[in-house]
Design a protein around this ligand. Structure first.
Ligand code: C5P
Length: 239
């Protein structure tokens, strides 16, 4: 596979075309952003660590029947993925209260939910990714009701498997965000990334944050936290 033209640079990844129209070349970047990109800081090793973490997670999910866009990780910073048409929704699954949920509803930090909470946000840098409900998704023709139903089904499956992976690492999966795309045949396919940038992870013993909240809240060194997540994940995935 050969890397071709730059298609798009996002907050944490750059996407390139390849000589195969079905395959994209993704480069994970050594930077972190917050406040929808308004704060951007270089972070040593972050691209490599997130690429390795996301690749291990995508492989695990595929092995557990959750098909996704991951194809291969040819080098430290590069992932090859299947090309899809992205659906402009962020799907958030929550197992306990944190972040925007905790702020919005003023519930105690890490209150556990009996059932996972599912939320959608409309992807728009201009609008700062506003919350969107299912009838608003239909009103704006974002995607079809059948696709929304399939996204919800897959998101809850992802939550079950991710919860188990992180529990084996001594980590509580508080919440996470995923994104989906449509294949040329109209199938809903898990895409984008799953990493400590997009998950809220808490050490089960100490309660310490093991995710991007360390950067958002200036709690310490992000590189060493992501190194710790990768080390634990590698142990679990090799076992
Ligand atoms: O901020 P909030 O509590 O709504 O975030 C829920 C989850 O979604 C967190 O794990 C956060 O890291 C993730 N998220 C994300 N990208 C965004 C917004 C939230 O990965 N733009």
């Amino acid at each position: 596979i050969e890397k071709k033209a730059l298609l798009y640079t996002g907050k944490a990844k750059a996407m390139y075309a390849t000589n195969d129209p079905e395959i994209l070349w993704v480069e994970y970047l050594d930077q972190a952003t917050a406040l929808n990109g308004k704060r951007k800081v270089p972070i040593e090793q972050k691209g490599r660590l997130n690429n390795q973490i996301a690749s291990l997670i995508f492989k695990d999910l595929a092995a557990h029947g959750i098909v996704n866009h991951f194809i291969d990780q040819p080098s430290d910073y590069v992932q090859l993925v299947r090309r899809v048409t992205m659906i402009p929704l962020e799907t958030v699954v929550r197992n306990a209260a944190s972040g925007s949920f905790e702020r919005k509803f003023a519930v105690p930090h890490l209150t556990k939910f009996t059932e996972p909470v599912l939320e959608f946000f409309y992807k728009s840098d201009q609008l700062d990714d506003p919350f969107i409900n299912e009838s608003q998704i239909q009103a704006l023709n974002v995607t079809t009701p059948a696709t929304v139903a399939e996204i919800k089904r897959q998101a809850l499956q992802v939550n079950q498997r991710l919860t188990a992976i992180f529990a084996a690492m001594g980590v509580q999966l508080v919440d996470f965000k995923i994104e989906f795309g449509l294949t040329t045949t109209g199938k809903v396919l898990l895409a984008d990334e799953i990493s400590p940038d997009s998950c809220r992870l808490v050490d089960s013993k100490t309660g310490a944050s093991l995710d991007k909240d360390v950067f958002r809240k200036n709690l310490g060194n992000l590189t060493s936290v992501y190194q710790e997540v990768l080390a634990r994940l590698a142990t679990v995935e090799e076992a």
